[in-house]
Design a protein around this ligand. Structure first.
Ligand code: MD3
Ligand code: FE
Length: 217
C-alpha cells in the first residue's frame, strides 16, 4: 500500500504503467532537476528549425518537425523516409544531445530493453489545434528496437490503437515529463494524437514538444 506522500508533488516519484505488451508509460520520468538538460533541444532547433512537411498525398502536416541524429524522418511528395541530411539545407542533422540520449537509454532499460542505441530523434512541435492522425511507424529498418517518446509542455491525449487501423484506439493522457517506451508487440501499433487543447505551460508556453528516439538505420 502507498501512503500517498508523493501525490502532492508532481514528478517527485516516477511511476510505471503497463499499457500493453511491450508498451510502458513512465510517468514523470523527466524530473525537475533534468529540466535544464532540455535546453539542448533549443540548440538543435537553432540549427535545424521546425518545419511543416508535406505528405505523399499532398497535405501539409499540422505538426511541425525537425530531427537530430544520424538520420532524420522526412516526408515529401515522393514518400516517407529517413534522410542523413536536412532537405532544407542539405547538411547533416545536428547530433543527438548526449544528456537526452542518456535519458532515452535509461527509460528503455527500465522498460526491459537494455542496450538501446537510438540513432535518430524526431522532434514534434504541437500548437493548440495541432493533431497527428492515426499511423504506424514503419520506416525504420529494425522493429526489434523500441521507440522511446518524451512528452514536454502542454498535455495531450494520445491514441493507442492495435495492429490494424480499424482497431478502436484507447485514449492515453500524456503530460509534461512522461516517457513512453514502445517495443515488442506494440512497436507496430497504430497511434496518433488528438488536437491539442489550448493552455499555457510554464516552460514551453502554448506548445507541446515530443521527442521520439528511434533506431532507424
Ligand atoms: C506507438 N509521435 O512521431 S509519441 C511520431 O506525441 C508520433 O508526437 C506522437 O507518433 C507524438 O511518430 C506520439 C508516441 C509513440 C511514438 C511512436 C510509436 C507511440 C508509438 C510507435 C509505435 C507504437
Ligand atoms: Fe508515430
Amino acid at each position: 500500500m502507498t501512503l500517498g506522500l508523493f501525490d502532492t508533488f508532481p514528478n517527485a516519484a516516477p511511476h510505471r504503467e503497463a499499457l500493453a505488451p511491450g508498451a510502458v508509460v513512465l510517468r514523470g520520468f523527466v524530473n525537475e532537476s533534468e529540466e535544464n538538460d532540455l535546453r539542448a533541444i533549443e540548440s538543435v532547433v537553432a540549427e535545424a528549425p521546425f518545419r511543416r512537411m508535406v505528405t505523399p498525398g499532398g497535405f501539409r502536416m499540422s505538426v511541425a518537425m525537425t530531427n537530430c541524429g544520424q538520420a532524420g524522418w522526412v516526408t515529401d511528395l515522393t514518400g516517407y523516409r529517413y534522410s542523413p541530411t536536412d532537405p532544407e539545407t542539405d547538411r547533416p542533422w545536428p547530433r543527438i544531445p548526449a544528456l537526452l540520449a542518456d535519458l532515452a537509454v535509461r527509460a528503455a532499460a527500465v522498460a526491459g530493453f537494455p542496450g538501446y542505441a537510438p540513432d535518430s530523434c524526431l522532434i514534434n512541435c504541437y500548437e493548440p489545434g495541432t493533431r497527428l492522425s492515426l499511423h504506424q511507424d514503419r520506416n525504420e529498418r529494425d522493429f526489434s528496437a523500441p521507440i522511446v517518446s518524451v512528452s514536454l509542455g502542454l498535455p495531450a491525449t494520445f491514441l493507442f490503437g492495435g495492429a490494424t487501423r480499424s482497431d478502436r484506439p484507447r485514449r492515453v493522457p500524456l503530460d509534461h515529463g512522461d516517457v513512453v517506451v514502445w517495443g515488442g508487440p506494440s512497436r507496430l501499433a497504430f497511434h496518433g494524437v488528438l488536437p491539442l487543447d489550448d493552455g499555457h505551460h510554464r516552460l514551453l508556453g502554448r506548445r507541446r514538444v515530443n521527442l521520439t528516439f528511434r533506431r532507424a538505420l
